[in-house]
Design a protein around this ligand. Structure first.
Ligand code: ARG
Length: 588
């Protein structure tokens, strides 16, 4: 179904053409001056040049053709040639009725669906998720959902860090503690046990212990590096241990992501890309892209227009070991072979931007990525504490994601208990839902590339531009609808009538803008635009609600219409929340 603005433009184009002017001048936009009009058209100003007439004259001619318009209730020509527009209430109501009947409220699926891999989450196995991992998960999940809403085939890949020194550290520390384990016996040729020799809590304790020790004990670190190397060379026992580490970690990660309402289609990691490395390196060498520099194998990725130095992309270290770079390039090969995607989007900390510039250029230059495949870096800013510095625990350490979520949960839970309308059990459940919205909306409502301050008090407030406020608005609508239905009425036959008040019209205008909004936001990979829309709609609703008698409305037709409008707004708000990755409870 056409967007509202497109229908307005059509009407305007008709008027321009009826006056003998080209339809291209009939562009309609939201008003810059909402105090004067709802929409505007500045086409007369540009048309003036082509037709050598005063813009105001053109604008006046156009308004005459719109005098009887069913779309505009008022089209006014003002100096120096603007067209100020008001939409006709009956037209707007008709538009909303149409939206109501259409699937997804008129949002059509894209005619050109793409296969898009989205690389987000990026946890490092055996290390607990910390606050630095929150943004990638939250933003990536929302981009994935937006893409799906628009009709693309979105494939989310968690791309775990499971190939670095942390693996060697764990292997070394475990050997220290339990040298008798069969995995360390080189002569063992049988099948390794199915059961992992550790639990997740043991694993989470082993890694930091090993990491701390390696910083003090050079020989220990040397052994860990050796173990990493042997693992990467394919030592059987170490591979088996890696598999155990992965199994135990993935089970735990899945649980953690689930509490965030985040899920992945692919649970691939850096280690999965390793089999692609040898052939890739061979190709890069044979085709003359890669050369030796101080013993390391590199590919130049400088470009003439560079204003800052872009260092060569290193493919192999001088000892032949692969790097983070190698893995990312091999992952591109793997993804091209497996899915031939139209695009790969990386949702990663923006401090890795230069790194991804190197990777993208290298992949492009060497033909690892198809000419038609887009590579997109969506870099996000840092999540800071109230002091404006990267978020830390009170003791100044790295904060675990679970601890942060717990803190938010606790805050919300206390608030609900204070309200005193829920049982402890209900409050617990509801707090979960609200806390999630607080965290996610607090993040997503900022432009992704900007740093932001994680302010628990502000994010959990039930008023203002917050997740809980939006949830509260939906809960309010649900409660009105419930009360209405309890009276035995259903408004099934009712139609949305032309707005009877300015606040109702404002609400209807906001609701009408939903059609096409998510597609536009996805185009820019901008969940914050969905947030801004949602907030605007919630404000318009609450304004309308405070000025309108809904449940005590005597005119039955009018009441039916209000109920229909409420149902539509609720549906739209829930759709927006769904793509942002949270939802509203029934009560709060
Ligand atoms: N594991 C990485 C980190 O913690 C993020 C991975 C990002 N994705 C990628 N394809 N490199 O920094």
């Amino acid at each position: 179904m056409e967007k509202l603005i497109e229908q307005l433009e059509k009407e305007m184009a008709g008027a321009f053409q009826a006056c003998g002017y080209d339809a291209k001048y009939a562009r309609v936009t939201l008003s810059d001056r909402p105090d004067l009009c709802e929409f505007q058209c500045n086409g007369a100003l540009t048309a003036a040049k082509e037709y050598k007439k005063a813009p105001l004259v053109i604008a006046k001619e156009v308004t005459e053709k719109l005098a009887e318009s069913e779309v505009f209730s008022c089209a006014e020509a003002v100096k120096p040639g603007f067209l100020n527009l008001h939409i006709r209430e009956s037209f707007l109501a008709g538009y909303l009725c149409h939206m109501q009947q259409e699937k997804n409220y008129g949002n059509e699926k894209t005619r050109a669906p793409k296969t898009i891999i989205i690389d987000y989450g990026g946890p490092n196995v055996a290390k607990p998720l910390h606050v630095g991992h929150l943004r990638s998960a939250v933003i990536g999940e929302s981009i994935k959902r937006m893409g799906r809403y628009v009709g693309h085939r979105m494939i989310g890949d968690v791309h775990m860090g499971d190939w670095g020194l942390q693996m060697g550290l764990i292997i070394t520390e475990l050997q220290q503690r339990r040298p008798e384990l069969i995995y360390y016996d080189d002569s063992f040729m049988g099948e390794y046990p199915r059961e992992a020799p550790f639990t997740i809590s043991e694993l989470e304790e082993i890694y930091p212990a090993a990491s701390a020790r390696s910083k003090e004990d050079a020989a220990y670190k040397e052994r860990a590096m050796q173990a990493t190397h042997e693992l990467q060379q394919g030592r059987r026992g170490y591979r088996a241990l890696l598999q155990h580490i992965l199994d135990v970690s993935v089970a735990d990660l899945k649980k953690n992501y689930e509490t965030l309402n985040v899920s992945f289609d692919l649970w691939k990691g850096e280690s999965d890309a390793q089999p692609y490395i040898p052939a890739m390196v061979k190709k890069l060498k044979e085709e003359g892209h890669a050369y030796l520099s101080d013993g390391a194998l590199v590919v130049d990725v400088r470009e003439q227009t560079d204003t800052k130095p872009v260092p060569p992309c290193m493919i192999l270290k001088s000892d032949g070991a692969s790097l983070y770079n190698t893995t990312d390039l091999a992952t591109i090969v793997q993804r091209m072979e497996g899915y031939s995607p139209n695009e790969i989007i990386y949702v990663v900390d923006k401090r890795q931007e230069l790194y991804f510039t190197q990777i993208f250029r290298c992949a492009r230059k060497t033909g690892l990525v198809g000419a038609d495949t887009r590579l997109t870096f969506l870099g996000f800013g840092t999540m800071n504490g109230k002091n404006g510095k990267p978020f830390k625990t009170r003791e100044g350490g790295v904060m675990r994601l679970s601890a942060l979520l717990q803190e938010v949960h606790e805050k919300v839970y206390q608030k609900i208990l204070e309200n005193g309308t829920m049982s402890v059990q209900q409050a617990e459940e509801t707090a979960k839902i609200i806390a999630l919205s607080a965290v996610k909306y607090g993040d997503l409502s900022n432009q992704a590339s900007k740093d932001y301050i994680f302010d628990v008090d502000r994010f959990t407030a039930f008023e203002g531009n917050t997740g809980p406020y939006l949830l509260y608005t939906v809960v309010r609508i649900k409660s009105i609808l419930n009360k209405y239905e309890q009276t035995g009425k259903n408004a099934e036959k009712g139609r949305i009538l032309p707005a009877a008040s300015p606040s109702e019209k404002e609400l209807m205008l906001e609701a009408a803008r939903f059609n096409g909004m998510i597609a536009g936001a996805f185009e820019e990979l901008a969940p914050h635009r969905v947030c801004a829309y949602l907030y605007g709609l919630a404000n318009a609703f609450n304004h309308f609600y405070h000025e309108t008698r809904i449940l005590t409305q005597e005119d039955a037709g009018r009441q039916d219409s209000y109920i229909q409008l409420l149902r539509l707004c609720k549906g739209i708000m829930e759709s927006c929340m769904e793509v942002l990755g949270f939802s509203a409870p029934d009560r709060m």
